[in-house]
Design a binder for this molecule. Structure first.
Ligand code: THU
Length: 135
């Protein structure tokens, strides 16, 4: 299954809109119904408005009606020497939109791999539970 995810993420990698950084990233999500939703990083001349591939994919899945329990696996690819490392903003969003036990495959164009669970990305994370005293 990671082969299919890799292929979808690589396609999204090639579809990235990165005129400023020229640094492409692609993400693919495996859903409970077997579908794969992908996302690319999309930049803007107003740099801060750029969106990372991880968030593009997650927002696309949620926009199609999928929710936390539907996301079974995530794969992210970038042209890094080591497997790509998601930025802090994406880690915060991943924490809210994906189950903490889901595995995320971080990879690169050489096929190097690092697998982490969502809960490992951001220690002592601020979350929805802080808003109403559940944590
Ligand atoms: N970027 C991602 O899309 N995901 C990551 O994991 C790291 C960074 C994007 C943001 C920006 O478009 C470009 O890569 C350079 O930072």
């Amino acid at each position: 299954m990671d082969d299919k995810l890799y292929e979808a993420a690589l396609k999204a990698y090639h579809n990235a809109y990165t005129p400023y950084s020229k640094f492409n990233v692609g993400t693919a999500l495996l859903l409970a119904d077997g579908k794969i939703v992908s996302g690319s990083n999309i930049e803007n001349a107003s740099y801060g408005l750029s969106n990372c591939a991880e968030r593009s994919a997650l927002f696309a899945a949620y926009s199609q009606g999928y929710r936390k329990q539907d996301i079974k696996r995530m794969l992210v690819i970038g042209s890094t020497d080591r497997p790509i490392s998601p930025c802090g903003a994406c880690r915060q969003v991943m924490n809210e939109l994906i189950d903490p036990e889901v595995e995320v495959v971080l990879t690169n164009l050489h096929g190097d791999k690092k697998i982490m669970k969502v809960r490992e990305f951001l220690p002592y994370v601020f979350s929805d539970g802080d808003l109403d005293g559940r944590v």
